[in-house]
Design a protein around this ligand. Structure first.
Ligand code: GDP
Ligand code: MG
Length: 297
């Protein structure tokens, strides 16, 4: 029986999930992969790609809001709970595309990834029925513009990693926009992607006008993040093919696609992908020049 590989694209609203799904699907299709796009964001009323499976055929937030007298957030949570209850429908839809590579465009309500149970249960059911999945968690690079925002993004990302309990890669999206707020960035791009020594960030937090009154809390949060030492990001400008390739290599390792699917038959390419044998400048140096030149002036 063919294995179904795939990824769930998660992250807060507006971080670029749907755009990523569309562009990554195209990128992978150009490499010869048979990609199926699945929309599981019931709030996605206008789709920018053609979805082979669309949760709106089962439930829409608008209907839920009208029938259950809920607001947009409650409506979305209810819709995902409804999808979980109707997993048989969902599985039947996906079964039509056996052996494909699945990209799931997920909703932007982060409580679904940090503490609510339905997304986790949907993932468990998919894994139980043979899907090999990983999470691609997008965070808008605008979060780097203030120390408090960056720390909250790290906490949110860490919570999602711990809660979802699945192979996980994190992506800092829209890095092409970083030059616009370069004057606000005390550190270079690799500091944010590698999440280097957070004591430097702590110093910024202790001086920042919004966070300086919470000195003990700031220290505890930084200590917690340092203790887990799990969060790092890959940079992504959606128009940059080198970034798409880096992200692809990373998610293919995360869910084991490179070891099973036989797409990259060339042994050297396989090894390079498997052991991550890239030089530092290949991985991030070009980006530093492109996106942070104004920061270093
Ligand atoms: N500059 C820039 N804009 C992006 C990038 N990725 C997405 N966007 C824009 O961000 C906005 C929100 O993207 P969308 O995919 O709808 O986000 P979602 O709510 O997470 O699905 C759209 O206007 C996209 O064109 C990127 O890499 N660079
Ligand atoms: Mg979207």
């Amino acid at each position: 029986m063919p294995t179904n590989f795939g990824q769930l694209v998660m992250g807060p609203p507006g971080c670029g999930k749907s755009t990523y799904c569309k562009e990554m699907a195209e990128f992978l299709r150009n490499l010869g992969r048979n990609v199926v796009l699945v929309n599981i964001d019931p709030a996605n009323d206008v789709l920018i790609y053609e979805a082979s499976v669309d949760v709106s055929n089962l439930v829409t937030v608008e209907d839920v809001m009208n029938h259950k007298q809920l607001g947009p957030n409650g409506g979305l949570i209810y819709s995902i709970e409804y999808l979980e209850e109707n997993f048989v429908w969902f599985h039947e839809q996906l079964s039509k595309f056996k052996g494909s590579y699945f990209i799931f465009d997920c909703p932007g309500q982060i409580e679904l990834y940090t503490h609510h149970q339905s997304m986790k249960k949907i993932v468990e059911k998919l894994q139980y029925s043979g899907f090999k999945l990983c999470a691609v968690y997008l965070v808008d690079s605008h979060y780097c513009s203030e120390p408090g925002k960056f720390i909250s993004a790290l906490l949110m990302t860490l919570s999602a990693m711990l809660h979802m309990e699945m192979p996980h890669i994190n992506v800092l999206s829209k890095v092409d926009m970083m030059a616009e707020f370069a004057d606000k960035l005390p550190f270079s791009l690799d500091y944010y992607t590698e999440v280097m020594d957070l004591n430097y960030m702590l110093e910024c937090l202790q001086d920042d006008k919004f966070t300086k009154k919470y000195k003990k809390l700031n220290s505890s949060i930084v200590e917690l993040l340092d203790g887990y030492s799990l969060v790092s990001f890959l940079p992504l400008n959606i128009k940059d093919k080198r970034h798409l390739l880096q992200v692809k290599n990373s998610f293919d390792k995360a869910n084991g696609y490179i070891y099973n699917a036989g797409e990259r038959s060339d042994v050297q390419a396989l090894l390079a992908c498997a052991v991550g044998s890239q030089t530092e400048s290949e991985r991030i140096g070009i980006d530093r020049d492109l996106y942070t030149s104004t920061m270093e002036e």
